[in-house]
Write a new protein. Structure first.
Length: 128
């Protein structure tokens, strides 16, 4: 009997630890204000002027592009030099968002297995 009581206390401690971790992860999401979904790439190019140095081994660039999917098609959007650092940070923030969502999902699944998920998610006015 003592063993079972100790096991329940451990489960509650584990649940509260999981809830703390989840709150900390969700708090990180508020800091991802500049996130951008897509991939950043740089490439070099040649122009149409035959006498240009780009045709003799010195191509223009690097030029920055954000690769996104719009209407089920891949698009490459040119990024001006002044905006490149912000776009790169935004893409990294999007990667952090995805990792955070995956981590919260794993925590919620653990809470579900412990039968504490439904009591740990507050009900909104629309759900009441």
């Amino acid at each position: 009997m003592i063993y079972i009581a100790a096991e329940r206390n451990t489960m509650k401690t584990t649940s509260s630890a999981l809830l703390r971790k989840r709150r900390a992860l969700l708090a990180r999401l508020a800091k991802l204000e500049g996130l951008v979904q897509g991939s950043y790439l740089e490439r070099f190019s040649t122009c149409i002027r035959r006498q240009c140095a780009c045709h003799r081994g010195r191509p223009h660039g690097p030029r920055g592009y954000l690769v996104v999917y719009q209407n089920k098609k891949q698009r490459q959007i040119y990024i001006p030099l002044a905006e490149r650092a912000a776009i790169v940070r935004g893409v990294k923030q999007y990667e952090e968002l995805r990792a955070t969502v995956q981590a919260v999902t794993r925590l919620n699944l653990k809470l579900m297995r412990q039968r504490t998920l439904r009591t740990s998610i507050p009900r909104t006015a629309a759900q009441a």
